[in-house]
Design a protein around this ligand. Structure first.
Ligand SMILES: Nc1ncnc2c1ncn2[C@@H]1O[C@H](COP(=O)(O)OP(=O)(O)OP(=O)(O)O)[C@@H](O)[C@H]1O
Length: 351
């Protein structure tokens, strides 16, 4: 043991995966709370720190100059004693297609509270399953993040897909004094639906057309739908992948997203249709954020100065997990879930 650590988190609780670690260490770094996380990813068949999680923890350690124990591949217990967050230039290379977006999930809330601007040069997967595609992060998460009064710039240098990875994104962040609370309770009317269907590597552009066609068919009832279909430049995206990202924007400036990646076992039109159905479902339920941004709102709401309210659909296990950890780590933060018709309002007065 390094020091007296009062806050202990059981990493097998609730969602039981990488998210427990990300939320706990992000709040630890921002609020300078020493923490011990046991049973890391205890809910997974292969528990412990995998490459993706390890690189995220190392980045956080470097950002706040933390004294640590247990940061190694496969580790199931980490101790983390943070110091002040420092801006600067940080480089991370995930050797797999582990998600760059998930690195940003931990790093962004920290870099906005650093003592100087930060540049993050992140290598890994840009468009992979089970994580936000980078385009989702920049087109859906970023405008939501901006509602809290913070932002980031990014340059996409290279695309990285499963299994090789090799993508690269450079992100710059300027610090802010504090985060503003948000009121995101009125979905408003959808003003446009836009998106991108892509094929990369040696895959034919026909796949992009099929993905976009399936999605467009499903979105017929909306007036303004524009889905760009394109073949990625092989210098930027040398490996094979196809996928689609869809965004619905409303007159109250809600941004709802859905996405999918093509697979060998599914007709691309069906893949496009599924992504569109997901988008239609979130529009029809009246939520102001989709289920993937839902859990990402929790850390920001917990850190914002004042009361935030966000209308969401069914509360996801990821969200319940983030709330549980935020309340455990920040004693002055309390979340309330207020049922409201087919939706729920998540309410929180930040720390
Ligand atoms: N299609 C998607 N679009 C946007 N975000 C997504 C999508 N799929 C998953 N996510 C987000 O990616 C994150 C995945 O976290 P999760 O803890 O499940 O995975 P992980 O960190 O890889 O860990 P583990 O391997 O332990 O499951 C969540 O925040 C989830 O909301």
């Amino acid at each position: 043991m390094i020091d007296t650590i009062e806050t202990e988190i059981d990493g097998s609780l609730l969602e039981g995966g990488g998210q427990v670690l990300r939320v706990a260490l992000t709040l630890s770094a921002v609020k300078k709370i020493p923490v011990r996380i046991k049973n890391i990813r205890g809910g997974r068949a292969k528990p412990g720190l995998m490459e993706q999680h390890l690189k995220g923890v190392e980045l956080l350690r470097d950002l706040c100059f933390a004294r640590t124990k247990g940061i190694s591949f496969g580790s199931r217990e980490v101790e983390f004693i943070p110091e002040d967050l420092r801006g600067g230039h940080y480089r991370v290379q995930i050797k797999t297609a582990g998600s760059i977006s998930l690195l940003l999930q931990v790093a962004l809330p920290c870099t906005i509270f650093a003592n100087a601007p930060t540049t993050l040069d992140l290598k890994g997967g840009t468009n992979a399953e089970m994580a936000p595609q980078i385009d989702y992060t920049t087109e859906v998460f970023k405008p939501l993040f901006e509602k809290f009064g913070a932002t980031f710039d990014f340059d996409l240098m290279k695309r990285g897909y499963f299994p090789k990875g090799g993508g690269e994104v450079v992100v710059t962040v300027n610090p802010v004094e504090s985060l503003k609370p948000v009121d995101l309770t009125d979905q408003g009317k959808v003003t446009s639906i836009y998106g991108w269907a892509f094929a990369a590597g040696t895959l034919p552009i026909k796949l992009a057309h099929q993905l976009a066609y399936g999605a467009t068919e499903e979105l017929k009832k909306f007036d303004k739908v524009e889905i760009e279909r394109y073949k990625e430049d092989r210098n930027i995206a040398p490996d094979n992948c196809a996928g689609i990202i869809l965004v619905a924007e409303t007159d109250t400036k809600c941004y709802l997203g859905a996405s999918a990646l093509g697979t060998k076992n599914e007709d691309p039109e069906e893949t496009g249709r599924k992504a569109a159905k997901e988008l239609v479902a979130v529009i029809e339920e009246g939520s102001c954020v989709d289920k993937y941004s839902q859990d990402q709102m929790i850390v920001l709401m917990a850190l914002a100065k004042g009361q935030s309210r966000v209308r969401v659909g069914e509360i996801t296990l990821h969200t319940k997990t983030a709330i549980f950890i935020a309340e455990k780590m920040l004693k002055d933060v309390k979340f309330e879930i207020i049922p409201s018709g087919t939706t729920n309002i998540i309410q929180c007065t930040g720390s």
